[in-house]
Design a protein around this ligand. Structure first.
Ligand SMILES: [Fe+2]
Ligand SMILES: [Fe+2]
Length: 254
């Protein structure tokens, strides 16, 4: 049932929506003439290592567009508004990274090299359920945050550092929303916890497989895979604890 005049509460989600609106920026704000500071070898490695995240930006945008109607149907107007900003964030990340590829005159990996990356994206949207999708996005954004953060630190004063540090601000909002919304949803449906843990394991395994194939390129651009994954796993486990995903349900035997 469509509500013409829905009640919009002054919740934390609305705060994130307003922050999202006010935090919008455009690729035109990047100084595209800023030195790239990457040699030929590094450009090639960058183009390859960036591919999974680049595709992730596009699928996050498309995923948001397909779950917004679910939030609408559930009369979660605040979340629906927030996701409109999320969608534009991901669209902008996609556009900015596309321009970066042109700037360094390189292409992402080709489709034949992307099997595991496609499997990752398919897993993210397997159930077509907004809560599972959001949990997968939370996990992906944790990886994105460490990935961009490491590259920004490894290449300060570079064009990519400018891009990455802007994207990182958006990702912080994405993480905040996912945790906030899921906390509420899981309080009402704690039985989702076990599904989420299976999804965490699947996504982590696919992430490892993807980066194992890109290990050498990752090293060239300054990413230490084991350090990156240790930080990612640590953050995911913090979320698991905060969302109480691993706690047994009340009617389960201890
Ligand atoms: Fe993004
Ligand atoms: Fe994101």
């Amino acid at each position: 049932m469509i509500r013409v005049f829905p009640r919009i509460s002054d919740s934390k989600v609305m705060e994130l929506f307003r922050k999202g609106v006010e935090g919008q920026w455009s690729a035109a704000l990047i100084d595209w003439e800023h030195p790239i500071h990457l040699d030929h070898h590094e450009r090639q490695a960058f183009a390859r290592v960036l591919t999974p995240v680049y595709l992730g930006e596009q699928t996050a945008m498309v995923g948001a567009s397909s779950v917004i109607p679910q939030f609408f149907a559930a009369h979660h107007t605040e979340a629906q508004l927030y996701l409109a900003t999320f969608l534009l964030d991901e669209a902008r990340h996609f556009e900015t990274l596309t321009r970066f590829y042109h700037k360094i005159d390189r292409r992402p990996l080709e489709v034949r090299d992307l099997k595991e990356i496609f499997r990752y994206q398919a897993r993210l949207f397997k159930s077509r359920d907004r809560l599972e999708w959001l949990w997968g996005i939370l996990i992906s954004d944790i990886l994105a945050r460490h990935f961009y953060g490491t590259l920004v630190k490894a290449h300060p004063d570079s064009l990519f550092a400018q891009i990455g540090s802007r994207i990182l601000l958006d990702e912080a909002r994405h993480l905040a929303f996912a945790e906030l919304y899921l906390k509420d949803a899981l309080a009402r449906q704690p039985q989702l916890g076990s599904k989420f843990l299976v999804m965490r394991d699947d996504l982590l395994w696919l992430m490892h497989t993807i980066y194992a194939a890109l290990r050498e390129d990752a090293r060239v651009v300054g990413i230490d895979g084991s350090r990156l994954f240790a930080a990612v796993c640590d953050d995911i486990e913090k979320k698991v604890r905060r969302l109480r995903l691993a706690e047994p349900l009340e009617d389960e035997p201890a």
